[in-house]
Design a protein around this ligand. Structure first.
Ligand SMILES: Nc1ncnc2c1ncn2[C@@H]1O[C@H](COP(=O)(O)OP(=O)(O)OP(=O)(O)O)[C@@H](O)[C@H]1O
Length: 370
């Protein structure tokens, strides 16, 4: 139930390793915020500073307006679950989960009720009498998660809490974590490098790379209005395609070919200062429409190289017409039949075209459409 503010927060290890740089953002009360980013980007350092496990080198962290910089983990009333389980080896699973409640002096009957409730939610009832060391990694993580979630804290901090579970269980656990968050109504910060996890869980996503905040926003913001090229390519599977293009005028770009090129109309005007500039045209594999005959408007021809079936969809790798035969990925319906080597037309709707001048977005497509 805390609103958490990070205000110009830095983490510098040993006076020289800058792990977190000038981080400012707010986690709203009852929000589920996912901190997403590549390995080594500063996610765990941020979480550990929120937890009070790591000293804050500069800046302030506030819970409900109150500075907590100098408070230890216990004084902050937070729950933690990490990638490594940190379970008490000499206690049974039951006692591990019950521990935070016993410390608070809760009555036996209530402890038992709560342990059983969370164990049922996380499917742990069958291992309650076992020792954690006799369990596989994924199960130990579930115990660690149960022990964190049972506390009903001000703030729940979860750092890659399901990374050791197998794929099928992970999907289930995501739903359980989100359900528990919703029913408890607490504030949750969840660290992961897995974008599928972020997409499944988050109210908002904060993307951190090289210790710096790249963007914070809803999935819609991040998907449709990425703040930079890194964000555009980091979120999305398969990742956004980038095609070299030249700005013709404020309303169109050209993908050059020896015969002239393919022209693409834009949804919004681009600043005239970019006319003649080489840019990267970004288009998501899910947002390309395929045709066998040349359609009207924004289309480019390409030859199908690879077809990968993935359940209800198929991912096509297509060599675009042109000198560099740029490869693009297209997500198509799995029921459509395509053959390797056939020529298709790729239609790129003006509203889905992203343009980047280096790292900077200069056309974000559907900004005004939604
Ligand atoms: N105790 C430490 N002493 C020195 N450097 C550290 C320490 N902990 C982290 N770092 C460095 O700080 C940077 C950020 O690390 P951090 O673990 O916060 O990133 P991360 O995004 O959580 O990565 P991962 O997903 O791999 O855990 C890295 O360069 C890391 O090597």
């Amino acid at each position: 139930m805390s609103r958490v503010e990070l205000d110009r927060v830095w983490k510098i290890y040993n006076g020289k390793v800058v792990a977190v740089e000038d981080l400012t953002f707010t986690i709203e009360e009852k929000e589920f915020l996912v901190v997403l980013g590549p390995s080594g980007g500063g996610k765990s350092s941020t979480l550990r500073m929120l937890a009070g496990l790591e000293e804050i080198s500069r800046g302030e962290i506030r819970f409900d307006g109150k500075v907590v910089n100098h408070l230890g983990p216990a004084e902050r009333n937070i729950a933690l679950a990490f990638e490594s389980y940190a379970l008490y080896r000499h206690l049974t699973v039951y006692e591990n989960i019950a521990f935070p409640l016993r410390v608070r002096g809760m009555k036996q009957k209530e402890v038992h009720e709560q342990v059983m409730q969370i164990s049922e939610q996380l499917d742990l009832v069958h291992v309650l009498n076992r020792r954690p060391s006799s369990l596989a990694g994924g199960l130990q993580q579930r115990v660690s998660l149960a022990r964190a979630l049972i506390r009903q804290p001000n703030l729940t901090l979860l750092d890659e809490p399901i990374s050791h579970m197998d794929q099928r269980v992970r999907a289930e656990m995501r739903a359980v974590i989100r359900h528990i968050h919703d029913t408890m109504g607490n504030t949750t910060v969840y660290v992961t490098h897995d974008q599928a996890e972020a997409i499944a869980l988050a109210d908002r996503i904060a993307i951190i790379k090289d210790g710096r905040l790249q963007q914070i926003g809803s999935l819609d913001d991040i998907w449709n209005r990425p703040a930079n090229r890194f964000v555009a390519s980091f979120v999305g599977e398969p990742q956004m395609n980038f095609i070299k293009a030249v700005i013709e005028n404020s309303r169109s770009v050209l993908v050059p070919t020896p015969q002239g090129g393919y022209r693409f109309e834009l949804y919004e005007e681009v600043d005239v200062k970019y006319v003649g500039a080489q840019v990267d045209m970004g288009i998501r594999p899910q947002e390309i429409t395929l045709f066998r005959q040349k359609p009207e408007g924004n289309a480019i021809a390409g030859k199908v190289r690879v077809i990968e079936f993935a359940g209800e969809s198929a991912v096509l790798t297509v060599d675009l017409d042109g000198e560099d035969s740029t490869k693009v990925k297209v997500v198509a319906s799995g029921t459509d039949t395509f053959t390797q080597g056939e020529t298709l037309w790729l239609y790129l709707a003006p509203g889905y075209i992203h343009l980047f001048d280096g790292d900077i977005p200069i056309h974000r497509g559907i900004t005004d459409m939604d």
